[in-house]
Design a protein around this ligand. Sequence first.
Ligand SMILES: Cc1ncc(COP(=O)(O)O)c(C=O)c1O
Length: 408
Amino acid sequence: MIYLDHAATTPMLPEALAAMTEELGQLGNPSSLHNAGRRARRVVEESREQIAEVFGARPSEVIFTSGGTEADNLAVKGLYWARRAAAAGRSGAGRSGAGRSGARPSAAAPRRVLATAVEHHAVLDSVHWLAGHEDAEEHWLPVDETGVLHPAALAEAIGDDPDGVALVTVMWANNEVGAIQPIIALAALAREHGIPFHTDAVQAAGQLPIGFAASGADAMTITGHKFGGPVGAGALLLARGVQPVPVLHGGGQESEVRSGTLDAPAIRAFAVAAAVMAGRRDEEAARLGKLRDDLIAQVLAAVPDAILNGPPAGSGRLPGNAHFSFPGCEGDALLMLLDAKCIACSTGSACTAGVAQPSHVLLAMGADEARSRGSLRFSLGHTSTQDDVDALGAAIGEAVQRARRAAR
Ligand SMILES: Cc1ncc(COP(=O)(O)O)c(C=O)c1O
């Protein structure tokens, strides 16, 4: 199979697979006090240290979760609730100090949640849920035609009422078109106004040098299966003093912020994958960037009217991402034609009850519905080779012609 869907999930690294397999044979709940439990606890704590080191955080700032979706839900809902509580003079949220215990209660409680319109559904739907079930007001930040949010647009949205903003959440890099956001500038802006800032770094974590402390964010989401760890292990990094209200209640295993028995085998494999990935990230990013540029050149040579979506190849884009619209095609028909030739890729857009939905990301970038529906993402990862790219280059022209005939 030619696998060009690494942004959906990438194969486990052999080192992570070996560590997980070994750990699955071990017994012990990391919360148990006996010897077996203490051994499992050591595995978890060593993994926490490794994750912290890779992502520029303190070990105490790592909260293990079941992955990116859970971490995003905890960040968005938990920080919103904490900020509301802080405004009422109870507890706190925010690296900036805004809303910590003893903060002045605000007459108008912060209700606005600012998020880009191109967030992953784990963030998008959490914000939407807060607006539908709580007192929140959702505010979708605009992106330009390449998918980038400019700090001026965030400044404008904050306006002259920063106390009314409960949370800003902006993804580090987009999962569909690979656009990299100016996170440090955006986090600094939120901080200047005392507003908690969360970033979903799920797609960025395996491809860009990510420093949590250096980013200035209050909270950051990562997940293992995008860089060679197992599905089902991720983390929310939380700056010291940032205390979201829990979403999952129970044993309070993770600093009372997240409950649930810790999955020592998956956590160990997540940490091993992070350490291996970090050791070769720059070299791998350069290799993937070259492959990606060649993929773009081959697709455009075979289908001259294809449109490359997102930032230009050279800058501002994840090295493993290429995303095109193919005018006159339905993306899912094209995907199935490529699948028949054993080439796996993604439309990136959601499917509701079997009906293809146009990508909310492309719509937010100003594309019309037809262009949004006729798009495909090709994403590269650690097992990608020149042969994969050449196979796509050889197949895409004919597949597009057939998809166009089918759409007529
Ligand atoms: C940007 C982004 N955020 C969150 C997630 C969800 O992560 P998980 O699959 O670990 O729940 C994904 C997964 O595709 C993603 O791409």
